[in-house]
Design a protein around this ligand. Structure first.
Ligand code: ATP
Ligand code: MG
Length: 330
């Protein structure tokens, strides 16, 4: 099994990224061959302040390491340092069909009302994502709910390329299902997922927030005046309440119904301080390690360059095979 996954180095990684993805990666690296990349080529599909990118890339890497990604176990790198990603994306742009991309819901969400003015890169974002995965012959990709459609597209692109050119250049990757990563919702709107790109910082808990900020954000999280019921079924139609109970349960390693068993009949005045404590305790060591790592940017750069060297070597044979399949001499 070879596993690959990534995160965009824009905005601050948040509790949703941790519980839905990063935590799982830290477990997988002990069992399987893992590659984790910072999707900096994806990050520039929308305007990103050029002066800030190098820093946010380092901070994202520091956050991942602080969460437990071990660069000696996981190949940790950023895309821009591995030119094969951009090259492969071009080859795959010529395999992907416009009709397939037109169905991608993330583009519709991220481009919003001003679609004509979105970058071509934002439109073909899922093709670059296919390149990220296929370059490494990854067999499995841990995907959150929000990425399932893109993985399907990757499989379609791989299959069409292999068929069109009559050679099995690509492994068709499987989604990694298992202990499902939790889907964490915004603290301001229980129907929208917690996101780095949400303009409101109050909508998410950043992994590097200090204890006071976390307590404030939990206290101000949107809820309702009703008391908590004794099972999750009783939280239908109360998405904000359900989200907070889910977060509590994941952090406490209990089922949501067990958590409700303890808080049934009580209101959020009793529940929220306990939740805040749990979040603070979970993130405290991560933040401490992050601060130490941030003080040594040269070390982070060294780790990323090291990862890039490994990633270049791992991706080179597949890129060469793809050029050969389409008939281009190099
Ligand atoms: P952006 O708003 O910039 O797209 P994001 O918060 O969606 O940022 P990504 O970098 O796109 O973060 O995703 C990194 C990983 O985190 C992916 O595996 C994704 O499935 C997962 N993830 C993102 N948001 C959540 C969430 N709210 N709950 C659980 N997992 C999430
Ligand atoms: Mg996203």
């Amino acid at each position: 099994m070879r596993i690959i996954s990534g995160i965009q180095p824009t905005g601050e990684p948040h509790l949703g990224n941790y519980l839905g993805a990063i935590k799982r990666w830290t477990e997988l690296q002990h069992e399987q061959e893992c590659l984790i990349f910072l999707a900096d080529l994806h990050a520039i599909t929308v305007y990103n302040e050029p002066g800030a990118l190098a820093r946010t890339i380092r901070e994202a890497a520091a956050t991942l390491i602080a969460c437990g990604i071990d660069p000696n176990k996981t190949v940790l790198f950023d895309q821009a340092r591995v030119p094969a990603h951009a090259e492969m994306a071009w080859l795959l742009n010529c395999t992907a069909r416009i009709g397939w991309l037109n169905r991608m819901t993330q583009f519709k969400e991220k481009s919003g009302k001003n679609r004509e003015n979105a970058s071509v890169g934002l439109y073909s974002y899922p093709v670059l994502q296919a390149a990220d995965i296929l370059l490494y012959q990854a067999t499995h990709v841990p995907v959150g709910e929000d990425q399932k459609q893109h993985l399907e597209l990757t499989r379609d692109i791989a299959t069409k390329f292999n068929t069109d050119f009559g050679v099995e250049v690509f492994t068709v990757p499987e989604p990694l299902i298992g202990k499902a990563g939790a889907r964490i919702m915004s603290l301001r709107d229980g129907t929208a997922k917690m996101s780095k790109s949400d303009p409101s910082d109050m909508s998410r808990i950043n992994l590097t927030d200090d204890s006071d900020t976390i307590a404030q954000k939990v206290k101000k999280a949107k809820t309702d005046p009703e008391p908590l019921p004794d099972t999750m079924d009783g939280l239908k139609g109360r998405p904000e309440a359900a989200n907070l109970v889910t977060i509590f349960a994941v952090l406490a390693n209990r089922t949501p119904d067990e958590v409700l068993g303890e808080f049934a009949g009580q209101g959020f005045g009793a529940f929220k301080p306990r939740l805040a404590d749990l979040v603070v305790e979970t993130l405290r060591p991560i933040r401490a390690r992050f601060e130490t790592l941030r003080a040594g940017p040269a070390e982070i750069d060294r780790i990323l360059m090291d990862g890039a060297v490994k990633a270049r070597a791992l991706s080179a044979p597949t890129l060469a095979a793809a050029y050969k399949a389409v008939g281009l001499p190099r």
